[in-house]
Design a protein around this ligand. Structure first.
Ligand code: ZN
Length: 600
């Protein structure tokens, strides 16, 4: 009854995979086949079937008719013998969510290339991957190897369709680094041109992986783990799987052999590895009920995404400071940037965390020029809420309990037994469990943080750790937040985000109730003159630096091809940037509180 797939990088120049699917006992009433419309972990309908460019069916040596019945599904005419389906998939998506094939590299997620057989999703599968266009290619995946050669080509297997699509596959002449964390073999492969210091990556990743395995308690929930990394000129992203992750990074973010410090790009890369690895527990095994099982044909709604993405975002950087990969000062800089990014989105006053979670499919994943005014990120605000929850629990229990205890309880009650029980966290169970484990009534904090748009009480909670809070205006367009000893902010603001344009300055986002919006300017408008003088982005900053609040300015701008004139009243910039630092006079009690959170 095993289902057999054979996938071949058929035409790298045309980016085409060729797939053969053998079904020994198709539904005699007419087998239905379909491709998922989304990939778990990335909450957007992507309709992968649009890249199936040809498909045909055969049974007992005869061609069989296939009818498309919806955007992602086909029905084969009834047959009484085994069925063979042949199809081709166009693969030119460089992201971690799809499939890619060219002369240098092949990568795929099963969601892009393996048709599901309706009614046989629980059957075991075999995948044959024999050939590569280049002799120097190797293959990396955490699918179980059944019979493979030294380079990794051969036959792999999965217990069912859900497992089949949760092990991405990379084929190229990649670099490989291997290490053992808590007795479990780990591997990172890096495709794309790079000069990374591999021994350093081994050292640093070992610390992250060992810390997180021990955080949830050994043994790790996987037999092996694989980081599939693609290094490019400009790119960033990651997607979690049950025993692997696909990552894309800027090659300059990887550490070079002569470097010893943790540069900002490398800090971000380690944070990404830490984030996706933490998901092995939080979302791959501790899951919302809505994903247990996934419905791959439509949106799967949950108001708990903040707990799976926000809390994971809290622990990704926290792991770096707890393992000593970054200092407390560096951690506070990252935290300042997270706070600043939330402070700067006026959408935090419009959307709460539960709504942000629920509407991820149409809002967070489909951002447009109005997004800063309309949404709040369940990643960044979710991470800040996790910090609030952690500090509140620590304060109320005098350091005896923390968010760590809640996470470990979720692991014991849901994650560790997920493979056998398949039970997810119901929408109301997360908060109930947190209250039961800590013995605290946290209703008011949950109502405030998840169901209202009121500010989080972070500033006051950070005082417990002896951390000072600096609230200030941004000093430049490059200012992401962080403590400044000298603050030289521009005196005026336009209330818009902008980018350079060949004709002047283009407004990319016009912020709610700012001077630009009040003057009638819109996203997409290209400013060409300031008080009758031609504008470039450099001149714009000079004009703004010389202006004073309440001053009126005449702006000429093109909307599409129509020239318009706007009278704009400048205002002082918002104090929407935050810096944090440990107070020089912080007490021993604060020091001990910091040690409990940061681990040293
Ligand atoms: Zn995530």
């Amino acid at each position: 009854m095993t289902i057999h797939y054979k996938i071949t990088p058929f035409n790298p120049a045309a980016h085409l995979f060729s797939i053969e699917l053998s079904i020994s006992t198709p539904n005699p009433a007419g087998q239905v086949l379909s491709l998922p419309v989304w990939i778990p972990g990335s909450y957007l309908i992507r309709e992968f079937a649009k890249h199936i460019i040809s498909i045909e069916a055969e049974s007992a040596g005869q061609s069989v008719r296939l009818v498309k019945i919806d955007k992602s599904s086909w029905q084969v005419e009834p047959v009484s013998a085994p069925l063979l389906i042949r199809y081709r998939v166009y693969a030119f998506d460089l992201s971690v969510r799809g499939a890619y094939l060219d002369q240098q590299r092949a990568f795929f997620n099963g969601t892009s290339v393996f048709l599901a057989i309706l009614g046989q999703e629980q059957q075991a599968c075999e995948v044959a991957i024999y050939t590569a266009p280049q002799t120097n290619w190797k293959l990396a995946t955490t699918l179980s190897a059944q019979q493979v050669d030294a380079q990794g080509f051969g036959v792999y297997q999965a217990e069912n369709y859900d497992e089949l699509i949760d092990h991405p596959v990379e084929m190229s002449d990649f670099s490989t680094l291997e290490f053992v964390a808590c007795g479990v073999p780990h591997k990172m492969v890096i495709s794309g041109r790079h000069q990374a210091d591999l021994p350093r990556l081994v050292r640093d990743l070992t610390r992250i992986c060992e810390y997180q395995i021990q955080f949830f308690a050994t043994p790790a929930p996987f037999k092996e783990y694989l980081f599939l990394t693609l290094a490019v000129g400009d790119g960033y992203g990651g997607l979690e799987h049950r025993s692997s992750t696909a990552l894309i990074c800027n090659r300059n973010d990887l550490p070079l052999p002569h470097e010893t410090d943790v540069k900002a790009g490398y800090r971000q890369f380690l944070g990404l590895c830490s984030h996706e690895y933490f998901h092995s527990w939080n979302v791959k095994r501790i899951k919302p009920e809505a994903y247990a099982p996934y419905d791959l044909q439509q949106e799967n709604y949950s108001r708990l995404l903040w707990a799976f993405e926000g809390i994971t975002s809290y622990y990704d950087d926290l792991t770096l400071v707890r393992t000593g990969l970054i200092s407390q000062k560096e951690y506070l800089e990252l935290l300042s940037q997270t706070i600043t990014s939330v402070e700067r989105s006026s959408g935090r006053q419009v959307q709460n965390l539960e709504d942000a979670s629920f509407d991820a499919w149409i809002k967070y994943y489909r951002q447009d020029e109005n997004s800063p005014n309309a949404l709040v990120s369940y990643y960044t605000k979710g991470a800040l809420f996790a910090l609030c929850l952690d500090l509140t629990i620590r304060r109320a229990t005098e350091g005896k309990k923390s968010l760590d205890d809640v996470m470990r309880a979720l692991w014991l009650e849901y994650g560790q037994i997920f493979a056998t029980q398949q039970r997810g966290v119901a929408e109301d169970e997360w908060e109930a469990l947190a209250q039961r484990i800590t013995g605290l009534d946290l209703t008011a904090l949950f109502d405030l943080g998840l169901r209202s748009t009121a500010p989080l009480p972070l500033r006051e909670l950070l005082l417990d750790l002896g951390i000072e809070w600096q609230q200030r205006a941004a000093v430049s367009a490059a200012d992401k937040g962080g403590w400044l000893d000298v603050i030289n902010s521009p005196k005026c603001s336009l209330g818009a985000k902008m980018s350079a344009d060949a004709a002047g300055v283009k407004l990319t986002h016009v912020l709610t109730d700012g001077p630009a919006q009040r003057a009638g300017l819109s996203a997409g408008d290209v400013l060409v003159a300031w008080n009758g003088l031609r504008l470039s982005i450099g001149q714009f900053e000079q004009f703004l630096a010389a202006a004073t609040p309440e001053q009126s300015v005449t702006l000429h701008a093109f909307r599409r091809d129509e020239l318009m004139v706007f009278e704009l009243q400048l205002v002082a910039p918002l104090w929407d940037s935050v810096g944090l630092k440990v107070a020089t006079d912080s007490s021993t009690v604060c020091l001990q509180a910091r040690q409990r959170v940061f681990g040293h």
